[in-house]
Design a protein around this ligand. Structure first.
Ligand SMILES: *Cc1c(COP(=O)(O)O)cnc(C)c1O
Length: 401
């Protein structure tokens, strides 16, 4: 480690809250699938900022849109209108088949917005008694870090010491349709769930789970809210991961790659009357829907489609997963994934995924361990076959060592 790297790490440690434990690499530049540290070493990014950089680092067309808009108008607040918001609505609605859009900034804000809207919908449309609305969520979920959201987390790290928590949530195991059915009652207003649990370690539910969920939600007048903040916008090889299951959510949450990593932009997309319950003054955000965010999101969606990144995600994901499956190593317990949302779960005897991520870093790959034994692999969707093959060589070397 060079002295300037060490100095920056030391200052970060001394002055910053220790709510993260990053790998000791200090990055200063990115382009496409690659990032460079301050000493000029190049790495293949296999995390993509948790899928916020699906379009690749510093995509030139998103950059141009950002710079152009930043020179014209950045923020008006929603007290006035701006000339980018309606165009963003039109484009994202057409792409996703949604009828209503509510723009926010972070993913957690989109989740909070959906929780608020669906509760109000429950009282005003479904007729649930005041303050009795229940939302069903899944064990091992990840929906963000705000107080409302950690209230229904089951992760001790996310919750311990942060109470008291918001009531009104009921937890069921992910992928268990009988448990979901049993949790439904007359106060159930929504089921909030990830199509694939990302932070939990890329957990894919059993085939048919979501079509049964969809049926039960329709039958019982329950709003199905899919949190596609990580799975959406091409990550799994489809625009939205719900397409793999042949279902349509009533409310879809997107964020992360909605800006291609340039800016925090999220949105609640609604197919039902849910967002219609919000009247002027009842919800908002100073930065939500600002012209800079809208211009960036428009460009980020445009390149995703125009440059065929979603189909590339499907093709390269298949190649990557097949290659990982071919690695003969008794350290590997399971390889799983969909599109370029991949994970290698190591045998508990391997001693944790972190040290393998450190070894991958030495070979020019940045990947993140999750939940102890799992290496998550999620490169930008612009990755090429040669780059996948090179990455596989590094994984093979590390996992067979
Ligand atoms: C990242 C993420 C969030 C939270 O997004 P932030 O922008 O970090 O608030 C919510 N849900 C899922 C599934 C995520 O992956």
């Amino acid at each position: 480690m060079t002295s300037s790297t060490a100095r920056l790490i030391e200052a970060e440690h001394r002055l910053g809250a220790h709510n993260y434990q990053p790998l000791d690499v200090v990055l200063s530049r990115g382009e496409g699938v690659h990032v460079w540290d301050i000493d000029g070493n190049r790495y293949l990014d296999c995390l993509s900022a948790y899928s916020a950089v699906n379009q690749g680092h510093c995509h030139p067309k998103i950059l141009a849109a950002m710079v152009e808009q930043a020179g014209k108008l950045t923020l008006t607040s929603r007290a006035f209108r701006n000339d980018q918001l309606a165009l963003f609505y039109e484009e994202i609605a057409a792409l996703t088949g949604s009828h209503k859009v509510l723009p926010m900034n972070s993913g957690a804000e989109a989740v909070e917005t959906a929780v608020k809207a669906v509760r109000k919908w429950g009282y005003e449309v479904k007729g649930v008694a005041e303050n009795r609305a229940e939302i069903i969520v899944c064990a091992d979920n990840f929906h963000g870090r705000t107080m409302g959201i950690v209230s229904f987390s089951t992760d001790p790290d996310a919750r311990t010491g942060f109470g008291p928590f918001a009531p009104g949530f009921r937890t069921v195991p992910f992928g268990d349709i009988d448990a979901f059915r049993a949790a439904i009652n007359e106060n159930t207003v929504a089921f909030l769930v990830e199509p694939i649990q990302g932070e939990a370690g890329v957990i894919i539910p059993p085939a048919g789970y979501f079509s049964s969920v969809r049926d039960l939600c329709t039958r019982h007048g329950i709003t199905l809210i899919l949190d596609e903040i990580q799975t959406g916008l091409g990550r799994t090889g489809r625009l939205l991961a719900e397409e793999h299951e042949g279902v349509e959510a009533d409310v879809t949450l997107v964020g992360k790659a909605l800006s291609g990593g340039f800016y925090p932009v999220s949105a609640v997309l609604s197919n039902s009357e849910v967002l219609g319950v919000l009247k002027p003054g009842q919800h908002g955000s100073t930065f939500g829907g600002n012209p800079l965010a809208c211009a960036i999101a428009r460009a980020a969606l445009k390149v995703l489609v125009e440059e065929d990144m979603i189909a590339n995600s499907a093709r390269m994901g298949e190649r990557f997963q097949a290659g990982l499956n071919d690695i003969r190593s008794n350290l590997v317990k399971e390889v799983r994934g969909r599109g370029l949302m991949l994970a290698v779960e190591l045998d508990p005897a391997a001693g944790g995924a972190r040290k393998y991520c450190e070894a991958l870093k030495e070979r020019g790959i940045l990947a993140k361990d999750t939940h102890g034994d799992t290496i998550r692999i999620a490169p930008p969707l612009v990755i090429t076959a040669d780059q996948v093959d090179w990455a596989l060589e590094q994984f093979e070397a590390v996992l067979r060592a």
